[in-house]
Design a protein around this ligand. Structure first.
Ligand SMILES: Nc1ncnc2c1ncn2[C@@H]1O[C@H](COP(=O)(O)OP(=O)(O)OP(=O)(O)O)[C@@H](O)[C@H]1O
Length: 275
């Protein structure tokens, strides 16, 4: 669905943030992780055609996103981290904008708002940042666009809202759609992501499905430091480690531990896939 082919981009001449990176994104829930300032938002803007690459091309459903053709624009929705809010009510905003999205469901929108404890009659400009964010998330996930991109969706959300958001996402994303989430709150999306992309200094350090990760890597807690550990962290109870999954044991990857491992020992993690 999303294809990024050999793109290079930077905000200042001769200072690229990305040099010749490529990426393919299919259906499912994708998590884009990376340190502050690494280029997550920039990458999303390039995908959506809000920025134009110096070189290479980003396409959505084989259509160059930089052209922003009307047929393509109603197939995806991008929710930025911050937005300028209009003075109209949440319901009025949705009624005015949803006409561009043929699969919008008013029923789902109302259910999403209710689950996030948001009153749709309130003016968007008169509610708190967290409430604005929840209203926009309720709207974004009721549009049912084949592709939805969310930039830092859990910033400003309290714990119960984060849990409600997870429930809404798991009910909304079907086999044919793609949800692309940029975040540095890896724990917020635990057990939800199908695919993980880790970005560091203009490079994609990891781009794997959670199934591939659990097939090749074993996440274990032990009293002693395991000899074959690829990466370990010590806590009060012992060690939390990532080991090669030699026997193909079933296990659930810990995204935060993997994220730290990929940033600190990228070569060891890459070697697991013989890269
Ligand atoms: N409009 C701009 N003009 C110039 N430089 C910019 C602009 N927007 C971003 N940058 C720079 O580009 C780099 C990547 O920024 P970007 O916002 O894409 O990072 P990010 O990974 O989304 O960060 P965060 O996690 O803090 O949101 C940063 O060094 C940032 O300072």
């Amino acid at each position: 669905m999303i294809k990024i082919e050999n793109i290079s981009y930077g905000y200042k001449p001769k200072q690229p943030i990305f040099s010749d990176i490529s990426l393919k994104v299919g259906s499912g829930i994708y998590g884009l992780l990376g340190e502050n300032g690494v280029g997550k938002t920039t990458l999303i803007h390039l995908i959506c055609g809000l920025l134009f690459p110096w070189k290479g091309e980003c396409s959505i459903d084989n259509s160059n996103s930089a052209r922003r053709s009307p047929e393509l624009l109603n197939r995806y929705f991008f929710l930025p981290e911050e937005m300028q809010m209009p003075t109209e009510s949440i319901y009025q905003f949705a009624a005015r904008h949803s006409v561009f999205y043929p699969r919008f469901s008013r029923k789902d929108f109302e259910q999403n708002l209710e689950e996030l404890h948001i009153d749709g009659k309130q003016k968007l400009s008169a509610v708190s940042y967290g409430q604005q964010k929840k209203a926009m998330l309720a709207y974004a996930l009721a549009l049912h666009t084949p592709l939805t991109l969310l930039d830092e969706p859990t910033n400003g959300l309290d714990i119960t809202s984060r849990q409600a958001l997870k429930r809404i996402i798991s009910r909304t994303v079907d086999d044919e759609s793609t949800l692309f989430i940029s975040t540095h709150q890896a724990h917020d999306f635990e057990n939800l992501l199908d695919h993980l992309i880790i970005l560091s200094e203009g490079e994609i350090l990891l781009n794997r499905s959670l199934d591939e990760i659990s097939e090749r890597l074993l996440f274990v807690r032990t009293a002693y430091l395991p000899e074959d550990s690829l990466y370990s962290e010590q806590d009060l109870h012992g060690y939390f480690s990532i080991l090669p999954n030699e026997e193909g044991e079933e296990n659930t990857p810990d995204i935060e531990l993997l994220y730290k491992a990929v940033l600190q020992v990228p070569e060891k993690i890459k070697m697991i896939w013989n890269e």
